[in-house]
Structure formats: structure tokens, C-alpha cells
Design a protein around this ligand. Structure first.
Ligand code: PRT
Length: 225
């Protein structure tokens, strides 16, 4: 669990969000030893600790009160929240502020030759995805039945090897889809990175630190616009 007096922030250890998150914290004036490869690194000039973990672990760490704050993609956050809701597990968090990096969309994509005539033409098809809950919610809201198979990586090869009819995956430039002979047919969720906060761990002291940090984060984001 977290301490009473130091704010613990979870960030992605390595991957698409890690560089920008690190830059953001640096621009906020946090002095971090980047060579420090420990799981928990101390910020030397503020009572803050940084926990470097996998992106997919960040929502759970905040929701369970292991970390006070986390910087994570809305896609990962929403998928975890839906999964926890399904399992009846608690998810004590609030989204403190949106951040203007990590932009992408979760889309359904089909082989180029597929004749897409609207959402109904996807009825009964099977999609490979890392985001089954977001896919299921989309199917429910659209009034269609979709099947899925869970893949944690290389989702885009699934149709070619006969594992699925299409994919439900994150897209930013569209180059990966094109390289794999796939076309985007529906955007089901738009995502950016967000700062999230535990609702169960904040002490007065930690709130004070956040009150100093948050305007700096918002200032850095504004300067980037
Ligand atoms: O840390 P962990 O391993 O748990 O997470 P991860 O595997 O999701 O890490 P990573 O680094 O791939 O993604 C971290 C977060 O970055 C995601 O959760 C999104 O919020 C955000 N993000 C933004 C993206 C992309 N853009 C993106 N394009 N995450 C993944 N992609 C992948 C996509 O899955 C596909 O393989 O990039 C490919 C498509 O890119 P384009 O440019 O070819 O369309």
C-alpha cells in the first residue's frame, strides 16, 4: 500500500506512452534519475515516487490503492473498468485530467476483399482482440452478435491464419492495417492518455502535493496545444 506522505505515480515502463510520460514529469519539474531502473524510483526534489510497470497493470494498481496516481491510455482504463464491473470487483478511481498524447482509436478491421455494407454485415463474425469488453459493449450497443478470441499481441495476423474473420485493435496511422491487407470499417472507441487518481488513498499531505503538481501538468499540456 502507499505511504501517508509520498505520492506514488504509476507510469508505463517502456512502450508508446513511456517517453511522453517521462517528458511530462520532467517538464513539471520533477527530478528523476532516468538511469534508475528500479521498479520504484524516488523523485529527488518532491515527495513523489514513480512506479514503472506495464501499461495494462496501471488501472488495477490505482483502483486497488497500490498507487495514488497513474498515467494510462483510456482504452486500457475503460477495458479494465468494464472487466472489473463484470467480475464484481471494486474500481475506486477518478479521471483527474485528460492528457494530449497517446491518441489512437480502437477499430474493427476486415480483410480488404470483405464487402462491408454497414454494421449489420459484421453480425456473427469473430474478431481477434486485446479488448474483449470494449468489443462486447460495442456489439451490445449496436444490436449485433460478435464473437471474439483474445490475443495479447500480433492481433493483425489473426484473419490471415484463420483465427478470426477480422480484428478489433488500436490504430493510429493505419500503416499496420494496410501492411496486413486489412481495412478499417468501424471506429468503436477513441482514446488518449489520462491521469487517473485513487479515491481511497489520498491523505491531506498527498492532496497538497497533487495540488502543486496538477496545475503544472495542465500548464505543460496547454503549452503543447
Ligand atoms: O505496457 P504494456 O505492454 O502493458 O501495454 P501495451 O502493449 O498496450 O503497450 P504499447 O506501448 O503498445 O501501448 C501503450 C498505449 O499506447 C496503448 O494502450 C494506447 O493507449 C497507446 N497507443 C497509441 C497505441 C497506439 N497508439 C498504437 N498505434 N498502442 C498501440 N498501438 C499499436 C496497435 O496495437 C497496432 O499494433 O500500433 C499498431 C498500429 O499503429 P499504426 O500507426 O500502424 O496504425
Amino acid at each position: 500500500m502507499t505511504t501517508e506522505t509520498r505520492l506514488r505515480i504509476a507510469m508505463q515502463k517502456s512502450g508508446r506512452l513511456s517517453e511522453e510520460t517521462q517528458q511530462l514529469l520532467k517538464r513539471c519539474g520533477l527530478k528523476l534519475n532516468v538511469a534508475d531502473r528500479r521498479l520504484l524510483a524516488h523523485v529527488t526534489n518532491m515527495p513523489i515516487d514513480i512506479m514503472r510497470v506495464r501499461s495494462s497493470d496501471i488501472p488495477g494498481l490505482v483502483m486497488d490503492g497500490v498507487c495514488d496516481l497513474g498515467i494510462v491510455g483510456d482504452n486500457t482504463l475503460e477495458e479494465t473498468a468494464l472487466e472489473r464491473e463484470l467480475l464484481g470487483e471494486k474500481s475506486d478511481y477518478i479521471k483527474t485530467t485528460g492528457l494530449n498524447f497517446g491518441g489512437c482509436r480502437l477499430s474493427l478491421a476486415m480483410p480488404e476483399e470483405f464487402e462491408y455494407t454497414g454494421i449489420k454485415s459484421l453480425n456473427g463474425l469473430r474478431f481477434a482482440t486485446t479488448y474483449p469488453q470494449l468489443l462486447k459493449r460495442f456489439a451490445q450497443q449496436s444490436g449485433i452478435e460478435l464473437d471474439y478470441c483474445l490475443l495479447k499481441g500480433s492481433v493483425e495476423v489473426a484473419p490471415r491464419v484463420g483465427l478470426a474473420d477480422g480484428i478489433c485493435d488500436l490504430v493510429s496511422t493505419g500503416a499496420t492495417l494496410e501492411a496486413n491487407g486489412l481495412k478499417e470499417v468501424e471506429v468503436i472507441y477513441r482514446s488518449k492518455a489520462s491521469l487517473i487518481q485513487s479515491t481511497s488513498t489520498m491523505t491531506d499531505k498527498k492532496q497538497e502535493i497533487l495540488d502543486t503538481l496538477l496545475p503544472r501538468i495542465q500548464g505543460v499540456m496547454k503549452a503543447k496545444e
